[in-house]
Design a protein around this ligand. Structure first.
Ligand SMILES: *[C@@H]1O[C@H](CO)[C@@H](O)[C@H](O)[C@H]1NC(C)=O
Ligand SMILES: *[C@@H]1O[C@H](CO)[C@@H](O)[C@H](O)[C@H]1NC(C)=O
Length: 200
């Protein structure tokens, strides 16, 4: 046991000294992002204007809520990178499509072509990383999302559906209320505990 603990300490020290942090972001991925940022350059005042795209305070709550939110973040990144890929000029435009158009900056520059291909493959790599995390670690959240989407799909104009839903309402209303009540009571208890701790 002692030996194991000692080895862990040594490993940690070694990781710290060699600068290999035990991060979930693979070095290759981080490097790729840093490279992409060379292409997607913006002024520093804009980057650090205190207005992030994904506000930190939306990530509060219990673990389940955080994971649901994070699933949404991953999905948004998927869409975003899809847009970024679409905005890149295609590597080989269909014949004749480019000939009678006036040269526009950024699309007709021959020197830029290899750079664009590089950006494309880097974006694809990042997208794969995001999709891997989402499909392998966020399955529960994905299922929940689909269930939520199905909820909205009921036939609102169907009399049978309307009647059955009305019949199911008392139980569901009871359940929804008690769930909210329990959550609030738990929160109050936690706040009370925290106050006690502050006084002590
Ligand atoms: C990514 O790389 C940058 C610059 O090399 C470094 O400052 C940062 O700590 C790295 N982040 C992670 C999560 O590895
Ligand atoms: C209404 O919903 C019921 C139950 O889902 C279904 O059997 C029925 O075919 C629906 N009627 C119409 C007109 O869509």
């Amino acid at each position: 046991m002692m030996m194991m603990a000692l080895m862990k300490v040594i490993l940690c020290l070694w990781l710290t000294v060699t600068g290999v942090s035990a991060s979930y972001v693979p070095q290759e991925m981080n490097k790729t992002i840093q490279n992409l940022l060379q292409h997607y350059k913006i002024p520093l005042v804009e980057r650090f204007n205190g207005n992030p795209v994904f506000p930190k305070d939306s990530m509060d709550g219990n673990v389940e809520m955080k994971m649901i939110f994070m699933h949404g973040v991953l999905e948004t990144y998927e869409d975003l990178i899809g847009h970024m890929l679409k905005q890149l000029p295609t590597a080989s435009p269909p014949l004749g499509s480019n000939q009678d158009k006036p040269a526009s900056p950024g699309t007709s520059n021959d020197d830029a072509a290899p750079v664009k291909a590089d950006v494309r493959s880097k974006l694809m790599y990042i997208l794969e990383k995001i999709q891997f995390l989402k499909t392998h670690r966020y399955q529960e959240q994905e299922k929940l999302l689909h269930r939520l989407q199905n909820l909205k799909k009921i036939q609102m104009d169907n009399r049978t559906v309307q009647s059955k839903a009305l019949w199911e309402l008392p139980q569901l209303f009871e359940k929804a209320s008690s769930l909210a009540d329990n959550t609030m009571r738990r929160r109050r208890r936690r706040q009370a505990r925290n106050r006690m701790r502050l006084k002590a």
